[in-house]
Design a protein around this ligand. Structure first.
Ligand code: AMP
Length: 280
């Protein structure tokens, strides 16, 4: 595996590969890698000649200073996992490399994506995601980008960013399914901050999603959202939201809705977890 710390060196490398007709797949991450991240690497390796993974804990997307301070960093283990999974390139930039001119105050027009669900509960978060992704996509210029459905709204935001950057015809976006522990708990770097009994409590999230999936044809949406939220509260989680919405828009279900998605955000102590399940 080749390690790049400088943006210019990585750009030069990917451009050289592309000039030799090699396809470049890109997996952006914040590290503390788990099997979910590695499934994105595997998907990229299948469809591309070169797979680039980035590890960068992006300060501008943390709307909560404590979350940033406690975000897990396991770089030695990450490098071992990337090598074992035959990732071709790791990009490990310093903050100054991504934000040479300081934090860009530019505003991205994300429409309602910025005001619903994660947008509402994490003000500024998606602006930060767009800032870092614009930098990363400009540096790597991948043919394909790999994202996880676990961060459902983020996938929509990045798809919107790609359109704002006029990348629709230049870059494919692949959205890969959420990898779960055998228990059903969605893999997440933040799970490293949970002890065993908290991990058991966190299972209520998957149970609440399954409850919705099982009952969606039988119960009214609002009643179902309430009972799913109750499952979480009963297990000691503090609920930000449980919402059943249109999977294409994240807006309320209407007669035009083709598919629904249930999305959850809840706190276990001071760790915030999200998960979702697409329905029918
Ligand atoms: P993160 O390091 O949390 O920023 O995640 C990097 C990428 O991995 C994002 O595209 C995530 O959606 C994706 N990802 C995170 N957790 C999972 C999971 N359990 N299964 C599949 N992809 C995931």
């Amino acid at each position: 595996m080749i390690l790049f710390k400088k943006a210019a060196d990585l750009s030069q490398y990917t451009q050289l590969q592309q000039s030799k007709q090699k396809k470049v797949g890109f997996v952006p991450t914040m590290g503390a890698l788990h099997a979910g991240h590695l499934s994105l690497i595997e998907a990229s390796k299948k469809a591309n000649d070169i797979t680039v993974c980035s590890i960068f804990v992006n300060p501008t997307q943390f709307n909560n200073a404590e979350d940033f301070k406690h975000y897990p960093i396991t770089i030695e283990a990450d490098i071992e996992k990337l090598i074992a999974n035959q990732c071709d390139v790791l990009f490990l930039p310093a903050v100054e490399e991504i934000y040479p001119a300081g934090f860009d105050p530019k505003h991205y027009d994300l429409g309602h994506l910025e005001t619903v669900l994660e947008g509402y509960y994490r003000p500024g978060h998606f602006q930060g995601v767009c800032q870092v992704m614009e930098q990363l996509l400009t540096i790597v210029q991948p043919d394909s980008l790999y994202l996880g459905a676990k961060d459902y709204q983020q996938c929509m935001v990045i798809t919107r960013l790609a359109a704002l950057m006029n990348l629709q015809d230049k870059m494919d976006i692949s959205i890969e399914p959420t990898l779960r522990e055998q228990s059903g708990l969605a893999m997440s770097s933040r799970n490293l901050r949970l002890n065993e009994s908290e991990k058991d409590q966190a299972l209520a999230i998957f149970r609440s999603l399954q409850l919705v999936k099982d009952q969606i044809e039988k119960e009214e949406i609002q009643a179902l959202e309430k009972s799913a939220a109750a499952t979480l509260t009963e297990n000691g989680l503090k609920v930000d939201y449980v919402r059943i919405v249109d999977s294409d828009t994240l807006l309320d279900v209407s007669e035009n809705t083709k598919r629904k998605v249930v999305l959850v955000a809840a706190w276990l102590g001071n760790v915030r977890l999200i998960d979702n399940l697409t329905l029918n």
